[in-house]
Design a protein around this ligand. Structure first.
Ligand SMILES: [Zn+2]
Length: 231
């Protein structure tokens, strides 16, 4: 096989290896990245915290109502127990009971309002929990898929590298070095020739360059320096 043809095949292998390595790196970098899950967990935590706070507020409001009610019944016992006969004292206690009842009603309304908020927060927490569960399931599925793809890429890369090793072994060392040197500076290192023109730089080639390229011997484009390949 002509050396330039082997070089061109080597270039195609190198391109394939490069793409697969890139893909492998990209997939490997995604492995174990939990950003989406962490975000959902944070939301879950804050929903839970809000619910806890509201329940606490509700307990406080109910506690205050209970306090007031027991104070009211203690005063009412005094009022109707018949032990107090002083009208001024009685009227004072009646006022106190009335104001405590108003306060107790107010607290009870507040507790009811908080109950509404507790229910809304519970619903919101349920939604967040469901969402988190779904995300977690999907995340594990994606991670498994990533692992599988990474394994496949590693195998495929091992095959490609072995093919490359064999092909490179058939090419003489100076030509291989020339190919590697050009490749470090510009890609592709091997340019196809079409109608006497280097396809990489679009310059017409000299008759002698064309003749050498046709024979399959490595010759560089006089303009861009790439190795010319006529298929
Ligand atoms: Zn050229």
């Amino acid at each position: 096989m002509a050396i330039t043809r082997q070089l061109y095949q080597l270039q195609e292998l190198d391109l394939e290896i490069e793409q697969e390595e890139q893909s492998l790196n990209q997939k490997t970098s995604q492995l174990g990245v939990r950003d989406v899950l962490d975000k959902a967990q944070n939301r879950l935590d804050s929903e839970q915290k809000r619910l806890d706070e509201l329940r606490h507020q509700h307990r406080d409001a109910e506690g205050e109502v209970d306090d007031l009610l027991s104070k009211i019944s203690a005063i009412e016992e005094q009022l109707y127990g018949g032990k107090i006969s002083n009208p001024k004292e009685l009227s004072g206690l009646q006022h106190e009971v009335a104001s405590m009842k108003a306060k107790s009603d107010q607290q009870e309304n507040k507790a009811l309002e908080i109950i509404d908020q507790v229910e809304a927060a519970e619903a919101s927490l349920t939604t967040a929990t469901d969402e988190h569960r779904k995300l977690e399931k999907e995340w594990h599925r994606q991670q498994q898929q990533l692992s599988d793809e990474i394994e496949q890429l590693k195998k495929s890369l091992a095959d490609l590298n072995e093919k490359r090793r064999q092909l490179a072994g058939q090419i003489d060392s100076p030509t291989l070095k020339l190919y590697e040197k050009i490749r470090q500076q510009k890609k592709p290192a091997v340019a196809k020739v079409e109608q006497g023109i280097c396809r990489a730089c679009r310059i017409s080639l000299s008759a002698s360059a064309l003749q050498k390229a046709r024979s399959g011997q490595p010759v560089q484009c006089g303009s861009c320096g790439r190795i010319l390949y006529i298929s």
